[in-house]
Design a protein around this ligand. Sequence first.
Ligand code: AN7
Length: 403
Amino acid sequence: MYHLKCIECGAEYPKDELIYTCSKCDGLLDVIYDYSSIKLDMEKLKSECPSVWKYAKLLPVDREPVTIKEGGTPLYKCERLAEKIGIKALYVKHEGMNPTGSFKDRGMTVGVSKALELGMKTVACASTGNTSAALAIYGAKAGIPVVVLLPEGKVALGKVAQALMHGAKVLSIRGNFDDALALVRTLCSQEKIYLLNSINPFRLEGQKTIGFEIADQLGFKVPDRVVLPVGNAGNITAIHKGFREFKKLGVTDAIPKMTGIQAEGSCPIVKAIKSGAENIKPEKNPETVATAIRIGNPVNARKALLAIRKSEGTAESVSDEEIIEAQKDLARLEGIGVEPASATSVAGLKKLVDSGVVRRDETVVCITTGHLLKDPEEVIKICEPPIVVDAKIEAIREAIFGN
Ligand code: AN7
């Protein structure tokens, strides 16, 4: 039992109303459950492996889900990285290990299932890449057409490859992500096409399972802090909701400090948190090596600012150099291969520990949102190229030992 409610004016809507924002005040919508009717079986929760659909009682889908086995991603204890950052207990939840290589699968398994439930025949999104890859794949699994709008020339190669191979109609927009999102919202309001950007409250419900899984994997305890990259600001909101729900249902007894990291060239949320502003000021020309979070006007800003403030978390920005260093640290100290946007979590944590905002005795979970192979071109730019040698043992010895 659930319905939709506006976070601004409190207007309520039935669960099957085709609506993305409040028709009275245009505020963002949240999915509200009747928690008194939800009984979680703790014995079952403790014995089953984590996955998105393990927590189906807290998900808004009333049909067989469209699934390719998403979630259940590893939570790694990272001692070498912790030592480098100077913190006692650090875990990394590697969302790049989802079937399409990013956390977006959690939202899309729920969102595409919802599209079918509502009788929608086509789905669409704007994307910096990962959302389009996930939508293409879940649309293929569901057997429905997919339309994706991408900012031309600013989407990592692996993500475009996925969207193309899985059969989406891929449009490259001469504009940035924010332009593409405005356009796809217009398209979906004009046609019977279901919008699956994170303005869609049902999609975010799938992503809250990251919060459930972190608690689950730590023995139904929560860390002091969760650090993650922020772009359109849906994920930080969703994960906070997951933690809030587990606490409300008595599964856990605390909520971690939600800590969002953005790239310096694209950080309206960080600016709003630091200045105490109620609203963000959109960044007109966002720029960063982390193309996944090259977003100047995050649609979920109002929700994310609340999540950060209510949980007594914070927000910080990092430079492209700091992002690349963190990406190499994850790869070389821990064997965790991530795309640049994902490395912002670790880069941000390091900055916050260095500046004394995060205490060294905190237990912290960093979320790495997408896999290294999403963006091979960036890797080629920042790493030494392979050494080309003759097919002779002397040449190989010379290249390795220098003699
Ligand atoms: C790797 O794919 O917005 O703050 O269109 O791909 O919930 O937006 C991607 C976002 C972090 C930011 N890390 O999450 C898209 C898109 C990676 C991402 C984010 C994205 P939100």
